[in-house]
Design a protein. Structure first.
Length: 159
């Protein structure tokens, strides 16, 4: 795996639910417009909380990208379901290689775990990023959050 200088990938710590919640909410609010309206963004965030992230950390594999000691983003792989479940970068670190580092790490992790194909539900703003890493669009989807419909794209990647 090619490393990007200044970015460290490490397993998430059990007490980092607050950091993940901050990155998740900030990323959605700061990086998804104009493809998602404010109403869509808030529906997507829903009832996100540090406690919910702490619970999720205990269920699937998570890693964070650190830049100068700060958590800049995170990725998770749901091995049993062969899904890249989350990949979010704080807007302050967008375009600096944290997302690329997380993607490369997750793909290598999945490969080493014997997974031959992954899927994800990509937000519209992230599709070009995923395509740059060899992900292929399979179908347009709509996720419902209450009465709000969020368009996304099912994508796959052969490892």
């Amino acid at each position: 795996m090619e490393e990007i200088p200044g970015i460290t990938i490490r397993p998430v710590r059990p007490n980092e639910g607050l950091a993940l919640d901050e990155i998740f909410c900030s990323s959605i609010r700061g990086l998804t417009a104009p493809l998602y309206t404010e109403e869509m963004q808030e529906a997507w965030i829903g009832n996100s909380s540090p406690d919910r992230w702490t619970q999720r950390i205990s269920e699937i594999d998570f890693w964070v990208a650190e830049v100068d000691g700060q958590v800049a983003g995170f990725v998770s792989v749901d091995q049993p379901n062969r899904v890249l479940d989350h990949l979010f970068v704080h807007p302050a670190f967008s375009g600096q290689g944290a997302g690329a580092s997380l993607m490369l790490f997750a793909l290598e992790f999945a490969r080493s775990a014997g997974i031959t194909q992954l899927e994800l539900n990509g937000s519209l703003n992230a599709i070009p990023f995923y395509k740059a890493f060899g992900w292929i669009e399979v179908a347009e989807l709509s996720k419902c959050r209450g009465i709000v419909s969020l368009p996304c794209t099912l994508m796959t990647r052969v490892l």
